[in-house]
Design a protein around this ligand. Structure first.
Ligand code: ADP
Ligand code: ZN
Length: 578
């Protein structure tokens, strides 16, 4: 930070303190030493010692003797006081004597304060000027990013969709000679960590133009008007860059471009509106042959203000999806390329990481590298990756496990075994990769990991089976320990199963009360919520009784698995043979 670079402001502060101190000191000393009672003053008058008397409006008058000494005495406030004195040939003045001893420090103090104020105004003016400018936004750098499309694994469609933007940036005249207008704005949308920033950087470096990155939230937490002014300066800066070509990347565009809800727009969000309008104005101001492309990222396209999405603005929308298995394999390879890798089955790892984002995979490989390094292992081995995998999914294992009561351990073991047995029975294709009764720092008492299949659609049967697996933990508790001894351990299972059941009945047209109707679309009509709720409850209750039947039928397996768990605490897929 360069905040304290300018130290000149110390000087006026020091002088102000010095002058102030002298002033107080002289005032103080003159008060205490030079007071005499009125009687002594009368004596001095009759002895003709007095040269001058200063009468003011205050309660004290000041007397100057012929020998130069001064003192103060009480103001008698009689009507002809002045006349009496004049008759005795004493000089009387009604202004206070100018006392150099107090005058100089007073003037000095005033001057110092004036200088301080002047300096303050100047620096705050400088500061606010700085806050208005883009320079102060740390995120903004014309990065010479050397990412290329090679650095992005998978996302082939997205890369394809931005390829012509690269072409256009390289050769805008060619497009305009065909009368083609390039998209001015591109919105990349999709889950966090899927590589949106990466793609925008790659476009800039493939086209060899500067890359300006900002985040939507940078424009919001500032004073009114500054957001809009920052937008204008950002575009100005981009236009001034090498032959006017640039990629401007706005992360979290929803922070400025969130959908305005009619009524709410009147108050509060003025600042955001100004910023958004500035952005739209700048974008409509592009000439067609100009080489500036704005790329913006958001997690959700439907949250954005339609004004942003209109033709001529952000009119190209590219979805960036979670990587599929093949893409995951590529991403794993990419992030292992710079690491010493031992015997790791990348194919298996790609299978295990379904629903991982690119960022999560990167995180996994990094965590594995850290574990290998901590263990002083020469290479990153499977055990490190496995351990990293559990860390990413469930948080670090709690190291101090001695406090766990045996009975709690037993409950967890039966609960997890319940999930696992039901899962093996109803979802045999989802391989269970790990069961543990070691609590994690994320709060779970234990957990069962199964590898979901990569499927585009989930059918009714599958969703029902998922609910069954979720209810398996509670059902096992009830069967083994009795109805009175069910625990809070099923809390998050029940939350998840409730969510699935409600969605099935109200969103996916899989229930009876609403049939094929979607609850959101009929919310204005008089919907009888009790009926829907009743159906949800009946649905889950009947699944629960199925689960209990299933577990009672397989009670021997349940016992065997939970005993194995109590013994070993953690079981991997190869240990689970029943
Ligand atoms: P987003 O902007 O979508 O949130 P980022 O572009 O910031 O995601 O991605 C974060 C990190 O995740 C990247 O720096 C990269 O290491 C990794 N990553 C994400 N997607 C991919 C991918 N498709 N290929 C390679 N690495 C990826
Ligand atoms: Zn559970």
């Amino acid at each position: 930070m360069k905040k304290y670079k300018n130290k000149l402001w110390i000087i006026p502060i020091v002088t102000a303190i010095l002058f102030g101190a002298t002033l107080i000191f002289t005032n103080f000393s003159s008060r205490t030493t030079n007071y005499k009672p009125y009687v002594s003053f009368l004596e001095d008058t009759s002895n003709k010692k007095i040269a001058n008397v200063y009468i003011g409006d205050s309660s004290k008058i000041t007397i100057k003797l012929k020998d130069g000494k001064t003192y103060q005495t009480d103001n008698p406030r009689t009507d002809n006081f002045k006349e009496d004195l004049l008759k005795q040939n004493i000089n009387v003045s009604e202004d206070l004597p100018v006392n150099l001893v107090t005058l100089i420090p007073s003037l000095g103090l005033i001057a110092s304060i004036a200088v301080l104020i002047f300096m303050g105004v100047k620096t705050s003016a400088k500061k606010s000027k700085k806050a208005m400018s883009v320079e102060s936004m740390e995120a903004l750098v014309a990065e010479d990013s050397d990412y290329t499309f090679e650095d992005i694994a998978g996302n082939e469609e997205a890369k394809e969709s931005v390829q012509d933007i690269v072409d256009f940036l390289k050769n805008p005249e060619k497009y305009s000679s065909y009368g083609a207008r390039m998209p001015r704005g591109v919105i990349l949308y999709g889950e966090p960590g899927t590589g949106k920033t990466l793609l925008a950087k790659a476009v800039a470096s493939e086209a060899n133009v500067p890359f300006y990155a900002v985040s939507g939230s940078d424009f919001i937490q500032v004073y009114v008007g500054v957001g809009a002014s920052r937008i204008r300066q950002l575009f100005k800066k981009a236009r001034e860059s090498s032959n006017g070509k640039a990629v401007i990347f706005i992360d979290e565009i929803d922070a400025i471009g969130k959908r305005r809800d009619g009524a709410k727009s009147t108050g509060g969000s003025d600042e955001r509106d100004q910023t958004l309008n500035a952005l739209l104005t700048e974008m409509s101001g592009f000439k067609d042959s100009q080489g500036i492309v704005v790329m913006a990222a958001t997690n959700r396209l439907d949250m954005l203000d339609p004004a942003l999405l209109r033709p001529g603005r952000f009119d190209r929308h590219i979805e960036i999806m979670l990587p599929d298995r093949c893409a995951r394999e590529k991403i794993i390879k990419l992030h292992l390329a710079n690491k010493p890798v031992g015997n790791i089955d990348i194919c298996e790892l790609a299978q295990k990481t379904s629903y991982f984002s690119g960022a999560k995979i990167e995180n996994l490989m990094n965590e594995a590298a850290i574990l290998a390094c901590k263990a002083d292992s020469k290479l990153i081995e499977k055990e490190h990756v496995d351990k990293a995998f559990s860390i990413i999914l469930a948080g670090y294992e709690k190291k101090n496990r001695s406090y766990i009561e045996d009975i709690d351990k037993k409950i967890t073991a039966y609960h997890e075994a319940g999930h696992a047995i039901v899962s093996m029975k109803v979802l045999p294709n989802e391989k269970i990769s790990k069961i543990t009764i070691i609590p994690s720092t994320k709060g779970a008492g234990g957990y069962t990991l199964s590898i979901p299949e990569d499927r585009m659609y989930q059918n009714k049967r599958y969703l029902k089976n998922r609910i069954m697996v979720l209810l398996g933990g509670r059902a096992a508790e009830e069967i083994i320990f009795g109805e009175e001894f069910i625990t809070t351990g099923a809390h998050s299972d029940l939350k998840q199963s409730t969510k699935i059941a409600i969605n099935m009945i109200t969103q996916y047209g899989m229930g009876d009360t609403l049939g094929l109707l979607n609850v959101d679309e009929i919310s204005n009509l008089n919907l009888n919520q009790d009926d829907v709720l009743g159906e949800c409850k009946e649905f889950v209750d009947s699944i629960y009784s199925d689960v209990k039947k299933l577990l009672i039928l397989n009670k021997d397996k349940l016992e065997k698995l939970s005993n194995m768990l109590l013994e070993k605490e953690t079981l991997n897929s190869e240990d689970i043979v029943l």
